[in-house]
Design a protein around this ligand. Structure first.
Ligand code: SF4
Length: 413
């Protein structure tokens, strides 16, 4: 074939390829393939609901619930794995889909300035917007909702039985459920004599709609609400949620951007913004820092964290230093030595903080609440047990000198 013939053949080939591509595009436009979402979540799926805090942007949707502000083209999921753009709208995939439900002592959250010794109905859905390398609950926080168990045992009521010694013992009755609507959560919380509901274990920010509806109903039925969070949430959703929350527990993972990036995948600055917003709004909140050996336990980091909390959040902010245990991707890192926790606590007290605790260290001095004026123990604890509570009978005042301790101190079960 001469040059002219070869050129004509090349043109013919290109034209037929273009025609085939056009035909394929027209076919796909006429008969679009089902998206991953449509395959996994038919419209009847009860856990799929409209999500909030999103805006349409060119060829997609931007989720504005957390500081990632994920841009989601049709069918794409956010970093949290539980929010998706479906049909140009943001959807939550985990409404009323619990991944873990337990009745805990409130000390386990840990929340120390609210009704010591009370029970708290604790609820989690799958997903998280952080990827902490030592996550204690990675089996539920780092999964896709499709991986969550289809049925889950949940506490449903309290039972009382009489033991061989003639004494009455209380226990929990569980039942298996495949979903838990907000009204079911509230009913079970009341039936188990829980005083509050905690949104916890995974990251409640990413099951915002489920948490919000449950908290609203709980408040109407006389229950309190506690959000246990990493604080990686945008200001608008936080502001809407705060009136429903009685206490917010913020996990401040460390105090450098480098640590945050490497350990959590997120940034420190938005967490500080959340804490400042809580302070500004007058919310009751507590701060916990998991001290990981070799990663965030350097003295300058601890000093910077304590100094920032003291200056920006106030001397009365309860601050916890929690003991790290090897877990998830950090199985090679040892437990935090008790001396490191004691040092962190000492630094915080020297900075002027009044309520400083050490967590996951039963028997330590830092488990109890002390009067910042006279130094006497006001709530003595061991692990999750409350040995003595001098604050509840006085409504939160030191019985010796009347110093007020911030918190919620109500009597009764
Ligand atoms: S909540 Fe999820 S989808 Fe929304 S911005 Fe955060 S990570 Fe992205």
């Amino acid at each position: 074939m001469n040059l002219k013939g070869r050129t004509a053949a090349a043109w013919l080939l290109a034209a037929s390829a273009a025609a085939a591509a056009l035909a394929a595009a027209a076919f796909i436009a006429a008969f679009p393939p089902p998206s991953t979402f449509a395959l996994l979540y038919p419209p009847a799926n009860p856990h799929v609901r409209d999500g909030r805090f999103a805006a349409p942007v060119c060829n997609g949707v931007q989720c504005r619930l957390c500081p990632y502000d994920c841009f989601l083209p049709e069918g794409a999921r956010g970093r949290c794995k539980v929010r998706i753009n479906y049909g140009g709208k943001i959807k939550t995939l985990v409404y009323a889909q619990p991944a873990a439900v337990h009745v805990d002592p409130i000390e386990k959250k840990p929340v120390y300035h609210m009704n010591p010794g009370s029970l708290i109905y604790s609820l989690a859905a799958p997903g998280c917007n952080l990827t902490c390398r030592a996550c204690q609950n990675w089996e539920i926080s780092q999964i896709y909702p499709e991986q969550a168990p289809k049925k889950l045992p949940v506490p449903a009521a309290l039972s009382v039985s009489v033991g061989h010694d003639g004494r009455a013992y209380a226990g929990l009755v569980s039942e298996e459920v495949s979903g838990l609507q907000p009204e079911d959560v509230v009913r079970r919380a009341l039936a188990t004599r829980s005083r509050a509901i905690a949104y916890t274990y995974s990251e409640p920010t990413v099951f915002y709609e489920y948490m919000y509806d449950t908290a609203l109903l709980a408040r109407r039925r006389g229950l309190k609400n506690v959000m246990v969070s990493a604080g990686y949430i945008n200001p608008e959703p936080l502001r809407e949620l705060l009136p429903l929350m009685d206490v917010v527990k913020i996990d401040l993972k460390g105090f450098s951007e480098k640590f945050y990036r490497g350990y959590t995948g997120a940034r420190l600055e938005p967490v500080k913004r959340t804490l400042l917003e809580l302070k500004k709004k007058g919310a009751l909140f507590e701060v916990v820092n998991l001290v990981v050996p070799g990663l965030n336990d350097a003295r300058p980091d601890l000093e910077a964290l304590c100094g920032w909390v003291r200056e920006n959040l106030g001397a009365e902010t309860p601050l916890f230093f929690s003991r790290f245990a090897p877990n998830y991707l950090l199985t090679g890192v040892p437990q935090t030595p008790p001396e490191t926790l004691a040092l962190a606590r000492r630094i915080a007290l020297e900075k002027g903080l009044k309520f400083v605790y050490t967590g996951n260290l039963p028997g330590s001095e830092g488990e109890s609440t002390y009067c910042p004026k006279c130094g006497r123990a006001l709530v003595r604890r061991y692990g999750y047990a409350v040995l003595e509570d001098r604050l509840t009978p006085t409504g939160g005042r030191c019985p010796w000198d009347g110093t007020r301790v911030p918190g919620i101190w109500e009597g009764g079960i």
